[in-house]
Design a protein around this ligand. Structure first.
Ligand SMILES: Nc1nc2c(c(=O)[nH]1)N[C@@H](CN(C=O)c1ccc(C(=O)N[C@@H](CCC(=O)O)C(=O)O)cc1)CN2
Length: 287
């Protein structure tokens, strides 16, 4: 068997095409959505992601507000930029690119953000809303994964999903998204403390691999026909992405989200969705 591909690039393009019309409708009402980004430090991967987010904004008509600080920036300097973005009327939503440099308290930075402008769905208020089942911005990678599966007709309802990883952007919020009534999956969360990971993986209808451990998911650990999403990012000595999923998994699985080309573009598309939805909510509330 060779797995079908969950094509993140094509799915993201379809989402962006829909957003272009929604942004035009907002502009006709006098509202221009604007995405702010704060990048701290000189990590080439983070810079690439942030530049990509602004390229996407230009494609759909969202305005860009870019802020950058050096890796030596202090907690106070970072918080000053967050306060400025909170106050900036052109910035209708923003993100702080993660990870922040060592020594910076990322939780304090995220808590300082105006929750109304949280484009990432990672503010404690947004995550609290997700736990309570109240509408709000959803974390971009987890909800991007849901949309990628739906776009390809993969059934989530009733599926047993094994999530590997517990990081703030994917592993932690992923089960919260998947167990909403609208998704209705059953989730097992695994992590570095899980005993006998393979025994959990073998029972999964869907695997979300977000551990950041190269080729952690082996072909013999995957149930034939299962859906496998590779979200882990490690780099080899040439800077090339190495995912969490061994290439041989494609011979066993029914569907695979490759890396790159699978979930990454969906993360970026969902960010734009959050920005547009926040602007649409603001217009509705102003009426
Ligand atoms: N504030 C946030 N920081 C980070 C998040 C996040 O959701 N919010 N997630 C990741 C990085 N990330 C978004 O910022 C991200 C990751 C991957 C991609 C992407 O398009 N990847 C491409 C390949 C890119 C390459 O070749 O290097 C793909 O998968 O095809 C976009 C965004 C951590 N930080």
């Amino acid at each position: 068997m060779t797995a079908h591909i969950l094509d993140g690039k094509a799915t993201a393009a379809a989402i962006k095409s829909d957003l272009t019309a929604r942004v035009a409708a907002l502009k006709a009402k006098g509202v221009t959505p604007g995405l702010g980004t704060l990048l701290v430090g000189d990590d080439p991967g983070s810079r690439w992601y942030v530049n990509g987010k602004h390229r996407d904004c230009a494609q759909v008509g969202i305005a860009s507000i870019q802020r950058e600080l050096p890796a030596t920036a202090t907690q106070e300097e970072i918080e000053a930029v967050v306060r400025e973005l909170n106050e900036n009327p052109e910035c209708t939503g923003y993100i702080v690119q993660l990870p922040l440099p060592d020594g910076i308290d990322a939780h304090r930075v995220l808590e300082l953000m105006d929750p109304v402008k949280d484009a990432d769905g990672l503010h404690p208020m947004s995550l609290g809303r997700l736990v309570l089942g109240v509408e709000g911005p959803l974390p971009c990678t987890p909800y991007g994964i849901v949309r990628l599966l739906r776009h390809h007709g993969v059934e989530i309802k009733g599926a047993h999903v094994v999530v590997v990883g517990r990081g703030i952007t994917i592993g932690r919020p992923m089960p919260l998204v998947l167990t909403r009534r609208s998704e209705n999956a059953t989730v097992t969360q695994c992590h570095t403390g899980t005993r006998d990971l393979a025994s959990h993986l073998r029972q999964a209808d869907i695997i979300v691999a977000a551990a950041g451990v190269p080729h952690l998911i082996k072909p013999e650990d995957v149930k034939p026909g299962a859906v496998v999403l590779d979200v882990g990012v490690s780099r080899d000595e040439n800077g090339k992405i190495v995912g969490d999923v061994h290439p041989g998994v494609a011979e066993v699985a029914g569907w695979v989200a490759p890396n790159p080309g699978g979930v990454g573009p969906m993360t970026r598309a969902q960010l734009l969705v959050n920005v547009v939805e926040a602007a649409e909510r603001a217009v509705a509330e102003a009426r």
